[in-house]
Design a protein around this ligand. Structure first.
Ligand SMILES: NC(=O)c1ccc[n+]([C@@H]2O[C@H](COP(=O)([O-])OP(=O)(O)OC[C@H]3O[C@@H](n4cnc5c(N)ncnc54)[C@H](OP(=O)(O)O)[C@@H]3O)[C@@H](O)[C@H]2O)c1
Length: 312
């Protein structure tokens, strides 16, 4: 494959920080756009990546950044918004997708790789609804698109095992909402490999890839795995539905939203897939059990990612 000029949005995040070096390994030239580069000193040293601080919603500036690129990769997404009416999700997912599509067309970029999520467009949450709307726009765009729909992603710096580790360290017991909801956690290294391979394969144009791991785990299983990796005995108390809803409602108003009503609504649907896109791309998915110990070892990078995920 000939090296491409690639523009990445959302490259400062958990997935982006693994994707950029993976793309560089294939010789691609990368321009990474960020709303705010403050505090990303380590990432800014990623060899061969040019960084630009930019308001990604500014059409003119975005078009300027996209000129001359072969491909755009949009990793931007949020799990929680500042308010509760869905407008934050609408902006980060749907409005940004619109701006990116228009930017690609104006700058003459045909290829767009879009990060989405399993169950996009299903259920009652603003998160999944806006994911679905963004996907619909991209599919109607006439660009050469590829969409990735991962289950929850695990790996160093994740917001899954690290989040539960942060709760389990100080607490003797954990009241857990939606304890039986199922996931098939997918390794971040497999996710970025999927992007790299899709880029190299023309047949990935017009395809959506569900990305999930080899094990189906309930939220309760994931919490237990985390406690075991921490070497702590912790009581996990599954909450009945009414209490789960109440917990979400209360935490809606806690700064940083450790859990929210929108998370509760997303968790009404199991995050497990049908046909694994990893296999379609020739990737053997990795088992989270082999990684949990290393993941919960806390790092400065983790603290930075946790801080950056706070809704604002
Ligand atoms: N992690 C998972 O388990 C998981 C599962 C399924 C799908 N996904 C999706 O995969 C993508 C990457 O996930 P991630 O875990 O790497 O996310 P992340 O660590 O939260 O990073 C996302 C990036 O998006 C940018 N961003 C955040 N809010 C924004 C906003 N309101 N407007 C514009 N840009 C914004 C930020 O970049 P700047 O601040 O530098 O601009 C941030 O670095 C997201 O779309 C996420 O929804 C993740």
């Amino acid at each position: 494959m000939r090296p491409q000029r690639i523009v990445v949005l959302g490259g400062t995040g958990f997935v982006g920080s693994q994707l950029l070096p993976r793309l560089r390994a294939d010789g691609h030239e990368i321009l990474a756009l960020s709303r705010n580069l403050t505090g990303h000193h380590e990432l800014l040293r990623t060899p061969g990546v040019t960084w630009r601080s930019l308001d990604v919603y500014d059409r003119n500036k975005l078009v300027d950044a996209l000129r001359g690129a072969d491909t755009v990769i949009n990793l931007v997404g949020i799990l929680n918004e500042k308010g509760r009416d869905g407008s934050g999700f609408q902006r980060a997912h749907v409005e940004l997708a619109e701006v990116v599509i228009a930017g690609c067309k104006a700058a003459g970029v045909d290829r767009l790789l879009q990060m989405s999520a399993l169950n996009a467009g299903r259920g009652q949450s603003h998160y999944l609804r806006t994911r679905g709307e963004a996907e619909a726009q991209i599919k109607a765009s006439r660009l050469d698109w590829t969409i990735f729909q991962p289950s929850v992603i695990f790996g160093p710096g994740d917001g899954l095992y690290n989040r539960f580790a942060g709760l389990l360290r100080p607490l003797p017991c954990l009241p857990l909402a939606c304890a039986d909801t199922k996931f098939a956690p997918v390794y971040v290294g497999d996710v970025v490999e999927a992007f790299a391979r899709a880029l190299a394969r023309p047949e990935s144009v017009g395809q959506s890839y569900e990305l999930y791991g080899p094990r189906v785990l309930s939220l309760r299983d994931i919490v237990r795995q985390t406690a075991k990796a921490l070497g702590r005995r912790r009581l996990v108390i599954p909450l009945p539905d009414a209490l789960a809803r109440l917990q979400a409602l209360c935490l809606d108003f806690v700064p940083g939203k450790p859990f929210s009503s929108d998370n509760y609504r997303s968790l009404q649907t199991d995050s497990v897939g049908g046909i694994d896109g990893l296999f379609r791309l020739g990737i053997t998915p990795k088992d989270p059990a082999d990684f949990v110990d290393a993941i919960v070892a806390r790092s400065p990078r983790q603290r930075r990612l946790d801080h950056d995920r706070l809704p604002r």
